[in-house]
Design a protein around this ligand. Structure first.
Ligand SMILES: [Zn+2]
Length: 294
């Protein structure tokens, strides 16, 4: 039985080891019948310094190395993904954590469907968290990021079984695509559409406001709670045919995926808003960018 059938270790790790020489490849075959043995993870962890890029083996402790080694093209334990998120996204500095991008790209290319989604999401989140200081990282891992982008685009193009099906996964996939393409605040902030609100700053006078896009209405308002009691100004939606640039692209993606609620929100996000303090007119999306880049 081939090593792939046993989920012995991370795809990328395995490919590197098998390509590095016969001895390690033979050891892999010897381990193939011991996939349920907890010692296998430890053995892999001990093997890694001999076959991994220095950037990877120097970046992570043994626990993370063992977790990465447990990723499998056959399907990975959900707890492995949870622990990887906890470690890489929450514990490690974002630029250091990006050393895992090659392993995640390998799973995105060859993993089981659910693992591909997890790999794309984690890699996208790591890049987005490290932005905007990722020029060197993006150059170093350009091929791997291209692989992740292709998988994210494939997932995004899958047919939706019904209108407004699983908007959370849709937004997360769009965020991942944006993260793999380049640094942008929308690779982390687009999720605000699901919460139906954003914090914003007027691009003209820097007045702090809130932006609502959902069941409570479509408006800007001064800070305070509840929003019904504070000064508010209605948003004006753009006609879809009037949208340009990112607004046009995101609306087109949402419409194609039958995410009609999100598509409507986007016509307001990329429509027109009014400053509650001084009456300035602005594109609401620009006021979100203003907050996160000022
Ligand atoms: Zn203003």
């Amino acid at each position: 039985m081939a090593a792939d059938d046993h989920g012995l270790a991370g795809v990328c790790f395995r490919q590197r080891c098998q390509g590095s020489g016969g001895a390690i490849g033979q050891l892999l075959e010897a381990l193939a019948g011991r996939s349920g043995d907890p010692c296998v993870g430890q053995l892999w962890a001990s093997l890694h310094p001999t076959c991994l890029d220095d950037a990877v083996s120097n970046a992570f402790d043994e626990h993370v190395m063992a977790l990465l080694a447990r990723l499998s093209s056959r399907g990975s334990d959900a707890m492995v993904w949870k622990e990887l998120w906890d470690e890489l996204y929450h514990q490690y500095p974002s630029d250091v954590a990006c050393a895992a991008v090659p392993e995640l790209a390998a799973i995105a290319a060859d993993g089981a469907p659910s693992d591909r989604f997890e790999a794309v999401q984690l890699a996208g989140a790591l890049l987005a968290k490290a932005d905007p200081y990722t020029a060197e990282i993006r150059e170093r891992y350009a091929g791997h990021i291209a692989t992740l982008l292709r998988e994210a685009q494939v997932e995004l193009a899958e047919n939706s079984p019904e209108d407004n099906h699983d908007p959370t996964s849709f937004v997360l996939r769009v965020q991942a695509v944006l993260a793999f393409e380049d640094a942008t605040i929308w690779s982390e902030q687009l999720i605000g559409l699901l919460d139906e609100e954003f914090e914003i700053i007027c691009p003209a006078c820097w007045a702090a406001m809130d932006l609502y896009l959902g069941e409570r209405g479509f408006f800007t308002c001064t800070g305070g709670y509840p929003p019904e009691t504070v000064t508010r100004r209605p948003l004006v939606a753009s006609h879809p045919d009037e949208l340009t640039g990112l607004g046009h692209r995101l609306h087109r993606l949402a419409a194609a995926a039958r995410q009609h609620t999100l598509a409507r929100q986007l016509t307001y996000l990329f429509g027109r808003g009014t400053c509650t303090e001084n009456g300035h007119q602005f594109i609401p999306a620009d006021s979100v960018v203003e907050l996160w880049t000022s």
